[in-house]
Design a protein around this ligand. Structure first.
Ligand SMILES: [Ca+2]
Length: 524
């Protein structure tokens, strides 16, 4: 080879250097689109990808996210109730840090930092459709179209706002089934978006929240199935304390006539009502004739509850299918991070309950499925303790944005790549505040580790500790607090709880703004 002069070598070197730099400069930073499909009260037991032994329902479209992405088996919420969970989702913070403690008297301070605001600032188009439940109007969205309060299942009035709309929004009346309408609105927005910019779409279903009213096409979906009973349906709460015994959330006693469809919903049109009655009336008549009592009556209520609850989920699953199909058809699937989750877990008869609120497993844990081609391996499973505290940080990280230090969770992006950091959390702080309140669940806080839970119930009516060993007692039926063989574990957990409360700056006592007058609302 002919020897080269120094200037020639220099040119060659600069040339090789220039090529990748130029390529980098020409490529826009990779910013995936983000779709969050977030349902309300969707128990992980009712997602077939999670493999509940009762095999309650097939959810092929939600399962597709598990098949093509990552399933998280231990996603925990720090306050298991609708509004607070949504405030945590937006802010990446605990209730005491974002100021939204409960559904009864909290109002979200929309001036605080949220991930949609940061993504909007970074050039994302942002929109939210469906359940909001934070009292103040949404901020950080180019377009929002929300259900007021809890919203209704049929023919819902909604409120929309954002760019080009009145500053305080406007009320729009819709005809149809809410889950379908929210999907239509979301897809319409996607079709009309600016295709040169990345987008954040938050599709927040009302379903399957109480009163569990399915789409008319799904009435009878289970062909009058008698569902397998959870082992703890007839729980007598022995082995636990006053809060567990005195709650008001049992299928046996708390469910009312509207819940059980012995009284039809008010919002149906005459035509819709005919279809509704054709399904429920003969079954309700047979129920009246049977004059059931005791365990037979409870079993009837349990089956009716599951027919309705799971019927609602069928429409949610179809919604997920429609969104995924749109992403496929529009060629967007490869560049879009899709998340399915719910604001908390839910009881489907375990401990005789419906509803949520407790630090116990069914309500503490929520579904989390993430598909992000190129990052998460198809069919992968993660068992680390993650939380909806981490969602805001994850979205910002995925979009290449700086995560504000005030956020209290951590990005899940390394976990998606199966590279869990060595210092990933080994414990999680939990705190529920809504008492006095619907369902009479005492205030409590505690620490959760992969094996144990230490919890303190407090307030005017409760003042006691419990300790659960999930390895020996997976259904959390027997507190071992104070037992000598757990003395060392108990001491460690107390120390960890104190450390977390200090690190997270949890106010003690609870701030004045958490004070609640006895509730008027029936459902929350
Ligand atoms: Ca909820």
């Amino acid at each position: 080879m002919k020897p080269r002069s120094l200037p020639q070598l220099l040119c060659l070197f600069l040339g090789t250097l220039a090529t990748p730099l130029a390529a980098l400069a020409d490529d826009p930073p990779h910013r995936p689109n983000i779709v969050l499909i977030f349902s309300d009260d969707h128990a992980w037991q009712a997602i077939s990808a999670y493999g509940d032994s009762r095999k309650l329902l097939d959810t092929p479209n939600i399962d597709r996210l598990a098949r093509e992405g990552m399933r998280f088996d231990r996603c925990l919420v720090p306050n298991s109730i609708c509004g607070p969970s949504r405030a945590t989702l937006l802010t990446g913070k605990y209730s005491h840090a974002n100021g939204f403690y409960n559904n009864t008297n909290s109002k979200f301070d929309g001036s605080q930092l949220t991930f949609p605001k940061l993504l909007q600032k970074a050039g994302y188009q942002t929109a939210i459709f469906g359940k909001w439940h934070l009292v103040s109007d949404p901020t950080g969205f180019d377009h929002w179209h929300i259900l007021p309060g809890q919203g209704v299942y049929y023919n819902p009035p909604m409120k929309r706002g954002g760019t080009g709309l009145p500053p305080k929004g406007e009320i729009i009346k819709h005809n149809g089934y809410t889950t379908d309408l929210l999907t239509d609105l979301s897809l319409d927005w996607l079709k009309q978006r600016d295709k040169d910019k990345p987008f954040l779409l938050m599709l927040h279903h009302k379903a399957p929240h109480r009163d569990w009213e399915p789409a008319l096409r799904h009435l009878g979906h289970d062909k009058d199935r008698q569902y397998p009973l959870p082992e703890t349906l007839f729980d007598d709460y022995s082995g636990r304390g006053k809060a567990e015994r005195e709650q008001d959330m049992t299928i046996a006693k708390t469910m009312n006539r509207v819940d059980l469809k012995l009284t039809p919903p008010k919002q149906l049109t005459e035509e819709q009502r005919k279809t509704w009655d054709a399904y429920y009336n003969p079954r309700n008549e047979a129920f009246r004739q049977a004059s059931l009592t005791g365990k037979d009556l409870l079993r009837w209520k349990y089956n009716r509850y599951l027919h309705d609850y799971l019927g609602c989920i069928k429409a949610v699953d179809e919604s997920v299918g429609r969104v995924l199909k749109y992403l496929d058809d529009a060629g967007l699937a490869k560049d879009t991070l899709v998340v399915y989750s719910s604001d908390q877990g839910f009881y489907l008869g375990e401990h005789g309950w419906f509803d949520k609120r407790w630090i116990f497993e069914e309500s503490l844990r929520t579904a989390l499925l993430i598909r992000w081609p190129g990052a998460a391996k198809p069919g992968s499973v993660n068992k680390d303790m993650v939380s909806n505290l981490d969602f805001a940080e994850t979205f910002l990280d995925a979009a290449g944005q700086v995560i504000p230090s005030e956020m209290q969770g951590r990005s899940l992006v390394p976990l998606l790549k199966e590279q869990t950091p060595a210092d990933w959390r080994k414990s999680l702080y939990y705190h529920y505040y809504e008492h006095p309140g619907p369902h009479n669940v005492s205030r409590h806080y505690g620490v959760v580790t992969p094996r144990y839970k230490l919890v303190y119930f407090y307030g005017p009516d409760a003042n006691y500790w419990e300790l659960f060993d999930r390895q020996k007692d997976p259904q959390e039926l027997r507190s071992v607090y104070g037992q000598s063989e757990y003395a060392a574990v108990q001491k460690e957990l107390h120390e960890e709880l104190s450390r977390l409360r200090k690190e997270l700056k949890v106010p003690d006592p609870d701030p004045k703004q958490t004070e609640i007058k006895p509730p008027k609302a029936k459902n929350s």
